[in-house]
Write a protein that binds this ligand. Structure first.
Ligand SMILES: Nc1ncnc2c1ncn2[C@@H]1O[C@H](COP(=O)(O)OP(=O)(O)O)[C@@H](O)[C@H]1O
Ligand SMILES: [Mg+2]
Length: 240
């Protein structure tokens, strides 16, 4: 589903991503971890061209993301992106935050869009919050709305960049539960997170980044092995 080949990304003279080669298969859940500044967000952002690349190639479902002919809006509809900050429109209700993309971007009739949005809110137990504004929702509720807003476009890939790091402890679990459920449906996912319990439960593979490189790319069992790779061990003890 995702193929990254000899990818380099420079910000001026600074090389933020260095010779990245990696693949994500359809239905795979990859947890991407590593110290702050190692390039995790930049890597995710290159996938849907929020960040132009310097050299190399990225293919999503066989399509070269950076080729001139690509319809970037179509591409971004296929790739849901959830950030640390929920980025809901503050002046729209939970329901309308979902509906607006469907009517404006997909040109879906309003009643059909409303039906789809209500079904998604029900899926995350937020039916009763449909007419609340973001400021009236908890952080965990806002993030669940943000996730289903992405799902409304029926993406083939979901990218998560530290989706729980702005949340209080008691709300982290409900967002991770939704991500676990999504993983179980066969969604292809790349998740930047330091929640190693999510990685243990839901990941297929774990990538560890350091200084712009993927230094470990391994299946979950090997990552959490009782005799981990020395670099993995160092990383795990640094976050505990
Ligand atoms: N727009 C930018 N301009 C210059 N440097 C950037 C920019 N975005 C990120 N960087 C740098 O690239 C490196 C990787 O950043 P980032 O991908 O955000 O790391 P992470 O998400 O792993 O914390 C950092 O050193 C950061 O300062
Ligand atoms: Mg980041």
């Amino acid at each position: 589903m995702i193929s990254i080949q000899s990818l380099n990304k420079d910000f001026g003279a600074f090389r933020a991503l260095s010779d990245i080669n990696a693949r994500v298969e359809k239905g795979e859940v990859v947890v991407l971890c590593g110290p702050s500044g190692s390039g995790k967000s930049t890597l995710l952002r290159t996938l849907n061209r929020l960040e132009p690349i310097t050299t190399g190639r990225i293919e999503i479902a066989g399509v070269d993301v950076n080729s001139r002919g690509v319809d970037i809006n179509k591409l971004r509809q296929k790739i849901g992106f959830v950030f640390q900050q929920y980025n809901l429109f503050p002046h729209l209700t939970a329901l309308d935050n979902i509906v607006i993309g469907l009517t404006k971007i997909l040109k879906m009739p309003r009643d059909e869009a409303t039906k789809r949005a209500m079904a998604l809110l029900e899926r995350v137990n937020l039916t009763r919050r449909a007419s609340n504004y973001p400021a009236q929702l908890s952080g965990g509720e806002q993030q669940r709305v943000a996730i289903v807003r992405s799902l409304a476009f029926q993406p083939e890939i979901m990218l998560f960049d530290e989706p729980t790091s702005a949340l209080d402890a008691e709300m982290i679990g409900e967002v991770l539960a939704l991500m676990r459920e999504l993983a179980a449906t066969g969604m292809t996912m790349m998740c930047v997170t330091h929640e190693m319990r999510f990685a243990r439960e839901a990941a297929d593979r774990v990538w560890l980044m350091e200084k712009g490189k993927i230094i470990v790319d391994t299946d979950k069992a090997a990552f959490f092995n009782s005799h981990p790779n020395e670099r993995v061990q160092r990383f795990l003890s640094s976050i505990n």
